[in-house]
Design a protein around this ligand. Structure first.
Ligand code: GLN
Ligand code: ZN
Length: 772
């Protein structure tokens, strides 16, 4: 192994590319198919055309080895489920009747059968469909789609590398099928799954694959010795196969840690590591195992899930170090480019001096190619690109947008006391009780009311100029009136204005904060055909003027009951955006928190006595490695307390989170020091209430008693039963009555009926408590 040959061989590759097409053609074709406007053949040919366009674009840009199998009609984990034949029993009939319809039935459910559960793909905002496995699962190889896509790419004369979800990650992402004991460990199926992978690898080899990539991102999280052993066994067995392509095992999103020595020892032909998000750790670990002699190393240099231009000199320096550590070093993005929008050049509304800081999938591809060229031919060969990159980075560092002295002065002056309420909880609670005069078991909602077609039409009319701002505001006000009058009639205790004016809980605030950018075409797949356009948190954050006060005040003017102010918290504002990478996240969070703190204080000054700061993303942004949890939770909880710490003791701070599994962050929830927290609990029958109680949670809580995820109306008796269950865990003086989450996706009829039942149930249970 010599440095020179490793360098000369350096090639450029990616693991995956945005699937949707320039004009989101895939979304249109799939939804058209669902509506019966597009035939199955029509959908297939659109898909094949999009794949071809992607490969040719990549190859044309200088990517030496294009990925295949990264395309999907819905989700690549679901595709893996099909590939290994792990179709749940309840979907078997649909799949046998028609493979495509059966596939969508698994993804979306049908009238009669529930879909697979969906959850977040590691710490990204992409959602995958969770495999359901049982001790009886029989795997069967179905390499059809993988082989077909490989052939398509090869037929174009391209060098192509199939990309598959690896067997260990597949099993680690699976859960026990419904009806199977919760402690069933899908990893016990590994020995049954490996022969199926062997068969698929043989098929790919026969179809012309020189290399195949097996993605094992699950190995970047903390893994037990048993799980690491499973990985060792899997790659020993797959590596020992004679009839197989060369195997590249890919990791991304973090460092491989203990899994690195395991994979380095395995008889596989290459490893892909993330040098964008875990550079130092992976470098150290590689050096510690003595490099990867005899193996190919694919270096994920370009961050595959953020949108900032790469620091090419830094990347080249790392690549230089890596040359001494493997037989061959190739350059890639850190993960699939699925997680970034397609093309920054399409953004006409972003000023050119800012646009040059941004790299979407197309720009990242060019960076990868440039880095590979620099590595293979020396930096002289990319002198012009390096100079331009240096200038782009300098313009970002030196910009007033990224360095606003006023914002810096403010964050610099933050003291520990700013992030603390002026009185301890017990004293605040008494002051709030006196101030608000609420009944026992107070009823409220989480904030949003149904986003009706009329509201969306009004927003569209405003965009296209059919109505002006005044006309739009009239429509929003009319909606607020309706929401307030309904809540009064229904008898709720703490009202909300309904969030009619909000398109999205992050975008609404991002649009009003200085330092955030909006994109026009920056779509990223969230799940299936749902694409989102995350705002870009590009600069120092400040709030030019109040963002919500007039809506809340208007709502308050219509009623004598308290109206709750409603804000999105700093952690969620970061989690659902593309966040700047040029300073620690905690610093960015602190800026956002100070802007939100001003809003909280303005709401209070305008007479709002109850203010809710939503943090649904607090749990999902938890780092993959336990060792990183404490650091994250420290800045995250500080940002929340900084947002809410400036109010009077008698102003009641609420927060809301959307999930039920929060056992591992219950201390952090406590550290938020919110007076009231509402959580999802209806489906898990108040599990959350019990967990809070076990922790000794000292403040008020509203575990949801109405599951808002379906149009089903819970009866008063059901809600009352859940409330009584809640009372077993949480003392009556501290229990709130509310739905699981916001009502924006619900229709009015079920919302009305459900909330009436909820108020009725609260009255029944109150009467049981004080029969007099
Ligand atoms: N206040 C928001 C709503 O009701 C909260 C939504 C959320 O946390 N996801 O819509
Ligand atoms: Zn929620």
């Amino acid at each position: 192994m010599t440095t020179r040959t490793a360098a000369a061989a350096a090639r450029a590759t990616v693991y995956g590319y945005p699937r949707q097409g320039q004009g989101r053609e895939l979304k249109k074709a799939i939804e058209g198919y669902w509506n019966g406007r597009v035939t199955a053949d029509g959908l297939r040919s659109t898909a094949a055309e999009l794949r071809r366009a992607n490969w040719q674009e990549l190859a044309g840009a200088g990517i030496h080895e294009v990925p295949t199998g990264d395309f999907s009609y819905y989700d690549h984990v679901l595709d893996t489920t099909v590939m290994v034949g792990a179709i749940p029993d309840r979907h078997r009939g649909a799949v046998d009747a028609d493979a495509l319809d059966g596939y969508f039935a698994m993804a979306r459910g049908t009238q009669d059968v529930a879909p697979l559960e969906m959850t977040k793909w590691f710490d990204t905002n992409y959602h995958y469909l969770v495999p359901e496995l049982s001790p009886d699962t029989v795997f069967t190889a179905d390499s059809g789609q993988q082989v077909a896509e490989l052939r398509e790419a090869l037929a174009l004369g391209l060098t192509a590398r199939p990309v598959l979800v690896g067997p260990v990650t597949y099993l680690l992402l699976a859960k026990p099928a419904p009806g199977v004991a919760a402690d069933f460990d899908p990893l016990t199926l590994l020995d049954r799954l490996l022969p199926v992978y062997a068969e698929i690898l043989a098929d790919l080899r026969a179809a012309g694959a020189e290399w195949t990539q097996l993605d094992e991102p699950a190995l970047v999280a903390d893994r037990t010795p048993a799980e690491l052993n499973a990985a060792a066994r899997a790659y020993r067995d797959l590596g020992a196969l004679t009839d197989r392509p060369k195997l590249l095992v890919a990791s991304y999103f973090d460092q491989l840690g203990d899994a690195l020595p395991v994979l380095a020892k395995a008889p596989v032909d290459g490893l892909a590591l993330d040098f964008a998000e875990a550079s130092a750790a992976n470098l150290d670990a590689l050096a510690a195992v003595g490099g990867l002699p005899g193996k190919r190393l694919v270096a994920g240099m370009v961050n595959g899930r953020n949108i900032w231009v790469n620091d090419m000199e830094k990347s080249l320096a790392t690549l230089g170090t890596l040359l001494g550590l493997a037989d061959r070093v190739d350059v890639a993005a850190s993960c699939s480019l699925l997680h970034v929008p397609l093309d920054a050049a399409a953004e006409r509304d972003i000023a050119p001096q800012i646009l040059r800081w941004l790299a979407f999938a197309r720009q990242k591809t060019a960076e990868i190619v440039t880095l590979a060229k620099g590595l293979a031919q020396g930096t002289d060969a990319i002198a012009a690109e390096l100079a331009a990159n240096r200038a782009d980075l300098a313009s970002r560092t030196g910009s007033r947008i990224t360095h606003d002295p006023a914002v810096r002065a403010r964050t610099g002056a933050v003291t520990e006391a700013n992030a603390r309420r002026s009185q301890p909880y017990a004293e605040r609670a008494a002051a709030q009780r006196a101030h608000l005069g609420l009944p026992l078991l107070p009823t409220t909602t989480i904030g949003s009311f149904p986003q009706t077609g009329e509201l969306r039409a009004a927003r569209a009319d405003l965009r296209t100029g059919r109505i002006d701002t005044d006309g739009y505001e009239e429509r929003v006000k009319a909606e607020i009136q309706e929401v307030i009058s309904f809540q009064e009639k229904a008898g709720l205790d703490v009202l909300v204005h309904g969030e009619a004016e909000r398109n999205d809980m992050v975008q609404y605030f991002a649009e009003q904060l200085t330092g955030y950018l909006a994109t026009r075409h920056g779509w990223v797949q969230s799940y299936g055909t749902r694409y989102v356009r995350p705002p870009i948190l590009a600069g120092d954050i400040s709030r030019p003027e109040a963002m919500t006060v007039r809506w809340t005040s208007y709502a308050q003017s219509l009623t004598a009951k308290p109206v709750k102010g409603m804000l999105t918290g700093p952690v969620t504002m970061l989690a659902w955006s593309f966040v700047r990478d040029d300073q620690p996240l905690g610093e960015t969070a602190r800026q956002v928190a100070l802007a939100l703190r001003d809003e909280v204080n303005d709401l209070e000054a305008a007479g709002t006595s109850v203010i809710q700061v939503d943090e649904p993303a607090l749990r999902e942004t938890l780092p993959l490695r336990t060792a990183d949890h404490a650091g994250y939770l420290a800045w995250a909880t500080e940002a929340f307390r900084l947002t809410t710490g400036g109010v009077r003791p008698d102003t009641q701070i609420h927060t809301h989170m959307c999930y039920a599994e929060f056992g591992d962050i219950v201390q952090a929830i406590d550290d938020l020091d919110a007076d009231v927290i509402s959580l999802e609990a209806a489906r898990s029958h108040m599990q959350v209430a019990r967990e809070l109680a076990e922790h000794g949670y000292p403040r008020e809580a509203g575990p949801g008693v109405y599951d808002i995820h379906s149009p089903r109306v819970p009866s008063g008796a059901e809600v009352a039963a859940l409330l009584r269950k809640g009372l077993e865990a949480i003392p009556v003086a501290r229990l709130w009555v509310n739905p699981d989450c916001g009502l924006k996706t619900r229709g009015w009829p079920e919302t009305r009926a459900s909330l009436e039942n909820l108020v009725g149930a609260a009255r029944v249970v109150r009467a049981e408590l004080s029969p007099s």
